[in-house]
Structure formats: C-alpha cells, structure tokens
Design a protein around this ligand. Structure first.
Ligand code: GDP
Ligand code: MG
Length: 262
C-alpha cells in the first residue's frame, strides 16, 4: 500500500518534471523572428531602419526581405534579442510572406493610417491572409497592428501644420476608429470568401497574388454567429501608433517587448 503510494508519487513527480522540460523546450524553440508585413508604402522599411539604427535611413523598394537583430527590454529592463525581417509588400511577393510566416514568433502588420480610407479593403484582405495562415492561427502568434504615418494624419487634421502630432487621446481614437473599420471589412470579406469558397477572382480590387484563400484551405476567421471582432481570435492582438519617419516608434518598441516576452 505504502509502496504503491510512493510509486504513484514518483510517477506524478516525473510527469511534472517532463511537462516542465517540454514547456521550456517549446518556448526556446519558438525562435525570435518577427516579420514586418503590410501593403507597399505603409512604412515597413522606414520603421525597420528606425528600430535597428535609431534613426531614419533612405529606403528603397526591394524585392527581397532585409533582416537584422535588435535588442528590446523586458519590463524589468533585461535585454532580449529579436530578429526582425522587413518583408516586401508587393502582392506578387506575398509567396515570400507565406514562406516566412511559419517561422515567426510574432508579426508586425504595418498600416498607412493616412491613406487607410482609400485602402481599407486591400489592408483587410492582406491582414486576413496573415491571420488565416495556419501557423499564425494554430500557434496563436501575437500580431501587432502598427498604425503608421500618424504625423500625416495629424497634418491633415490641423490643416498643413508641418509639426502637427496626434495627442494621446487622438491616438486612442485613431486606434478605436481603425480597429472598428478593419473588423467591419474583415466581417464583409469572410462572408464574401465563404460565399465564393475562397475564390479570389470575384473580389473587386483584391490582391490577386495574395490568393491565400484557395477553396481547399479557406479559413473562416472568428465566430460565425457574430459580426467579426478581433477579440474572437485566439491570437493576442495589439494596436499601436507610430510615425516611423519622425522616429516616433516607442509604442512599437513596447509592442516588440510584448512579443519577445510572450
Ligand atoms: N509622412 C510619413 N511618411 C512615411 C512614414 N513612414 C514612411 N513614410 C514614407 O512612406 C513611403 C514608403 O515607406 P517605406 O518604408 O518604403 O514603405 P514600405 O513599402 O512599407 O517598406 C516613403 O516615402 C516614406 O518616406 C511616416 O511615419 N510618415
Ligand atoms: Mg519596404
């Protein structure tokens, strides 16, 4: 009886130790790659250089990704290394994004907040393909939506004042506005895609080459019974504002630390 109890105790202890080792091993193997994705011209490359050099750098259109290691700090100030990849945004090169996504620990999805009104359908289509990626959805990869070019948004509000900047409250309102608009677009898109079995051919203005939703692997994002909301996703999602060109990227730094410590 006593012997049975002892053996049972040893087995439980072994199970706990093995689980602990497996969890540590899994965490180590998640890697530290973060892909910067989003439509062309959203500001990925400017942001990439701003984060790696701490200053602007002349950008150029590239057909291949650039990569580098950067350091971020956790909430206790401990430095953590991340490998950031600036992906080309052109729709013809979405196949590279598809190849890279299965290797990432996190995604930084950059949006041009100044032209969002005209581009929201294209932004939503790209975002859908990223969120529906099997690795991203199954492994609950954290996704940060960076609302970039807030300087331009402020400039338009304030009537051509070169130094215009959004207040904290205006930044929060922008996040609220854009996240609601994006959720509405995704809601529409998932119904269209579900209705057409994922065929991209009848989506007006869609990124043809981003045709991640082929009939066989169409993924319905979120809760089918309710209108789409980002909170329905298993992925941790976070929004932040930036003006990469002006070097205003501290919210992005915080978001990267958040990815690194998850
Ligand atoms: N006003 C403004 N322009 C920006 C900002 N970030 C990038 N840009 C401009 O947007 C254009 C595209 O930037 P780039 O980083 O090459 O975009 P990518 O195609 O997403 O890599 C360039 O002309 C940049 O100077 C920003 O924060 N504010
Ligand atoms: Mg670029």
């Amino acid at each position: 009886m006593l012997l049975n109890g002892t053996i049972g105790g040893i087995i439980s202890l072994c199970a706990i130790v093995i689980t602990f080792i497996l969890l540590r091993w899994r965490k180590k193997n998640v890697g530290n790659r973060v892909a910067f994705v989003g439509l062309s011209d959203s500001g990925k490359t400017v942001l990439f250089h701003q984060l790696r050099l701490g200053k602007p750098w002349p950008t150029q259109m590239s057909m291949r990704e650039s990569e580098d290691d950067i350091l971020v700090t956790d909430p206790r100030g401990k430095p953590l290394s991340l490998h950031i990849l600036d992906m080309p945004g052109h729709s013809r090169l979405f196949y590279r994004v598809k190849e890279v996504l299965p290797t990432v620990r996190g995604v930084l999805f950059v949006v041009d907040a100044a032209s969002f009104g005209e581009n929201k359908q294209a932004v939503a289509e790209y975002l859908y393909d990223v969120l529906a990626n099997p690795h991203v959805s199954k492994n609950r990869v954290p996704v940060v939506l960076v609302l970039n070019k807030t300087d331009e948004v402020a400039r338009r509000k304030e009537g051509a004042n070169e130094n215009a900047a959004l207040t904290e409250k205006e930044g929060e309102e922008l996040v609220e506005h854009m996240s609601t608009q994006l959720a509405n677009e995704i809601d529409l898109l998932r119904r269209t895609r579900a209705g057409s079995h994922g065929s991209m051919s009848d989506l007006s203005g869609s990124r043809a080459a981003g045709a991640a939703a082929a009939a066989s692997d169409f993924v319905f994002l979120g809760d089918q019974k309710h209108s789409f909301a980002f909170s329905q996703l298993a992925n941790p999602i976070r929004f932040c504002c930036a003006s990469a060109q002006r070097g205003e990227a501290d919210q992005v730094q915080k978001a990267l630390s958040w990815i690194a410590t998850r």
